[in-house]
Design a protein around this ligand. Structure first.
Ligand code: HEM
Length: 455
């Protein structure tokens, strides 16, 4: 027997998960607990089992991995990231590509990137007008795009950087529009009928972006200068036969990191600032910690309360509501249930993060909980888990810390009005709804401010 679930028609359940995913999943967890079965894949939907039980999630990520198949939900990104992208690979090739990319995205290497993260944030904030309402989500999105272009693509500010920045910004904003993004889900709409057709416009935008990225790759191949970016490591990488990556492979991996690393980090940062502004006690504590640390990237990366704030923001409003669904390949027993082949199991990040048994007062923002105990990957999974877990976890956490530390040291901000804010879908992420606006109330160091703004 399958876990319990609503008896509504599959079509209605599908509509609910599309239109109100957060409230629908939370209400099911309230009613049915750690396991519930939904029919959310259209009118003929097979059962889809959502799991919040930490032990079961850990088993799905690790010990049961061989009995589960990962779905092909990444296909929707293919027109953007290309056939050679990491997210389009399976099995051995996927493992090899992860091994190739990982060294550039973790460990000591991250400290090569932190000065750029701080400088980009300082320069962006210096442009914020005093006392004027600002869409923080948009600001964070521009900061994180600049970070990816500089630390991943290795671009330095100049004409190519500006051109690529503007084209990518336009494209990435456009694909979060529900109508525009429909064409990615519906291949029949992917018809290039020239510039006046939506797909035609997308193809022209992509061609222009590809030409700029290819020029950067070719310049990187010829350059003798040491660089400190992800592209440098990819240019030096060799496969088992000693061959370098082709231009197409390099382009596809860069686009993948851009697509998955940009809006995700920006959304997480927006939520972190949102919760801090709604909890002045937490904001004060964080500010005191940052003052005590001073201007030291390594100390910022390790600061306990800052780390707890970032994790609590990722817990309370995870950017991805679920990790990748898995299809049962051979019958298995889990959590007291027997699952037949073909059943779909979904580790549910949102509901696992709101389990009262794991997180007392789960709906409250309480960074302290991350100082008091460690949580397993079955309890805390904003970056998913297992073979396809996020490869940008360390990079995004350090970016969140550098941006937050810079922002809070540079100025005092406040929310424009404390209207109710709900999570709103934006492309592949969830962000605070439009009503969230901030304003700069005061510069902490006005003379430094003028200097940064005039750089
Ligand atoms: C706060 C920021 C981020 C969040 C919340 C996040 C979340 C996730 C999640 C939930 C997954 C799917 C994991 C699974 O199904 O088990 C994922 C995959 C992935 N993420 Fe992130 N991510 C973030 C930032 C980044 C960054 C900065 C990059 C790269 C620069 C990145 C690159 C990727 C890639 C390439 C994958 C696919 C991995 C694979 O298929 O093997 N992410 N991310």
């Amino acid at each position: 027997m399958l876990p319990p679930g609503p008896s509504q028609l599959a079509l209605l359940q599908t509509l609910r998960i599309i239109t109100q995913p957060v409230s629908f999943l939370l209400s099911c967890a309230d009613r049915y607990g750690d396991w519930f079965t939904l029919r959310v894949l259209g009118p003929q939907s097979p059962p889809v089992v959502f799991v919040s039980d930490p032990e079961a999630i850990l088993a799905i990520f690790s010990s049961l991995a061989d009995q589960l198949e990962l779905g092909r939900i990444a296909d929707v990104f293919r027109p953007l990231v290309g056939n050679e992208s990491l997210i389009m690979q399976n099995g051995d090739r996927h493992r090899q590509q992860r091994q190739l990319l990982m060294p550039a995205l973790q460990g000591e290497r991250l400290f090569d990137y932190t000065p750029a993260m701080t400088a980009i944030t300082q320069a962006a904030i210096a442009q914020w007008p005093l006392g004027q309402p600002l869409d923080l989500r948009r600001q964070m999105s521009q900061i994180s795009l600049a970070v990816i272009l500089q630390v991943v693509f290795g671009l330095t500010p100049g004409p190519r950087y500006r051109d690529l920045y503007q084209r990518l910004d336009q494209l990435l904003e456009a694909i979060t529009d529900p109508l525009y993004s429909l064409q990615f889900f519906w291949p029949a709409l992917q018809q290039d009928w020239g510039n006046w057709s939506p797909w035609g416009r997308f193809c022209r935008q992509r061609e222009a972006i590809d030409a700029l990225i290819t020029a950067e790759i070719q310049e990187g191949r010829q350059s003798q200068q040491p660089r400190q970016d992800v592209l440098e490591l990819l240019l030096a990488a060799r496969d088992r036969d000693g061959n370098p990556l082709s231009d197409q492979e390099l382009r596809d991996q860069l686009m993948t990191l851009l697509l998955l690393g940009h809006e995700t980090t920006a959304s997480a940062l927006t939520w972190a600032v949102f919760w801090l502004l709604r909890h002045p006690d937490c904001l004060n504590r964080l500010q005191s910690e940052l003052v005590a640390i001073g201007d030291n990237d390594r100390a910022i990366a390790k600061a306990p309360y800052l780390d707890a704030v970032c994790r609590e923001a990722l817990r309370l409003q995870p950017i991805a509501l679920i990790a990748q669904p898995r299809r049962v390949a051979s019958p298995l027993s889990l959590g007291g249930y027997d699952f037949a082949s073909g059943t779909i199991l979904v580790p549910c990040v949102l509901t696992a993060h709101r389990r009262a048994a794991t997180y007392p007062n789960p709906d409250q923002f309480q960074p302290n909980r991350f100082l008091e105990r460690r949580f397993s990957n079955g309890e805390f999974l904003p970056f998913g888990g297992g073979q396809r877990s996020c490869i940008g976890m360390a990079l995004s956490l350090i970016e969140m810390k550098m941006v937050l530390a810079t922002l809070l040291r540079q100025c005092q901000i406040a929310e424009v009005s404390q209207r109710p804010v709900r999570p709103a879908r934006r492309g592949i992420t969830f962000v605070p709804s439009q009503d969230f606006r901030i304003q700069v109330q005061q510069w902490h160091n006005p003379s430094a401010q003028t200097a940064i703004a005039s750089v």
